[in-house]
Write a protein that binds this ligand. Structure first.
Ligand code: A2P
Length: 273
């Protein structure tokens, strides 16, 4: 479990544990509470949630009940994609803090550049206003870093035109065969950490033969190969599971994929088939 306690360092100097525990599609309640608690008791030090997941109360309760000092856990949550107004963003942050019931959070992200039912719509002006709200929250010291999620090169270029603070992270869908090279290169060239959500393609990659062949070579599982691949690409994987043995397995990635195999994996496509 050692890698789960190693850190990247964000552009503002804040350390961030290299593997996060994802909680997307985990409903509020006992299952999520138990999964987060198990993850924390088994080496994870980074929990990723969102207001939109609806599970902030269970996540916050597990963090409080873990017995770990708060400053040893990195907590990320996200402003709902539908909130595209400065004052509403500030109000939504207050609701999140109440739901989590924590004194501060570590990373706060704009969940998407557009509301989910308007994917691709132009919210560049609104995103600039919302970003000002995140800058205000950051300066108020109730979150230690701020960033975005699902932003493309165009979305980020626009945001950077007017921002006083460059986002410290961009959380995107990233897995073998879906590495989103333009935005990944753009962010990695600007010290914006890429966080990889759905590093196992929400499970779809588990059936892929090409990936399985490489996993066999390293005597590891496909999920472990996927997590290791994301790390070796300099991204921060956020594997999600509600099963204890899988939660443990996904952070047990103390091996190295050789350069030639990385290049092979880089070239794979259609890995969800
Ligand atoms: P479950 O939560 O039932 O364990 P992603 O991290 O890309 O979102 O993928 C999550 C999906 O992959 C979930 O359906 C999860 O199922 C499954 N999963 C997570 N870890 C493993 C694992 N080690 N082995 C098999 N399936 C896994």
């Amino acid at each position: 479990m050692s890698i789960a306690t190693e850190n990247y360092v964000l552009a503002n100097g804040v350390p961030i544990p290299k593997i996060g525990f994802g909680t997307w599609q985990m409903p509020d309640g006992e299952e999520t509470y138990r999964a987060v608690l198990f993850a924390l008791k088994n080496g994870y030090r980074h929990i990723d949630t969102a207001r939109a997941y609806g599970n902030e109360p269970s996540v916050g309760r597990a963090i409080r009940d873990s017995g770990l000092p708060r400053d040893q856990i990195f907590v990320t949550t996200k402003l709902p994609a539908e909130v595209k107004d400065h004052d509403e963003a500030l109000a939504s942050f207050e609701a999140t803090m109440q739901a989590l019931n924590l004194d501060y959070i570590d990373l706060y992200l704009i969940h998407a550049p557009w509301p989910w039912d308007e994917k691709g719509a132009d919210y560049r002006t609104e995103n600039k206003a919302v970003w000002k709200a995140l800058e205000k929250i950051y300066r108020g010291e109730r979150c230690r870093a701020i960033g975005v999620s699902n932003f493309t090169v165009d979305d980020l270029t626009s945001l950077l035109e007017d921002s006083a603070i460059t986002p410290m992270a961009n959380q995107i869908r990233f897995f073998i065969g879906n590495t989103q090279e333009p935005i990944t290169a753009f962010c990695q060239g600007r010290d914006i950490l890429i966080e990889a959500y759905s590093p196992l393609a929400t499970g779809a990659i588990l059936q892929n033969k090409a990936v399985a062949t490489i996993a066999e070579k390293y005597r590891t599982s496909v999920p472990q190969l996927c997590v290791r691949y994301a790390l070796q690409r300099g991204t921060l994987p956020l594997p999600k599971s509600t099963h204890t043995e899988r939660i443990t397995q996904n952070a047990d990635v103390d091996f190295a994929i050789e350069d030639a195999d990385m290049r092979y994996l880089d070239g794979l496509q259609d890995t969800t088939k």
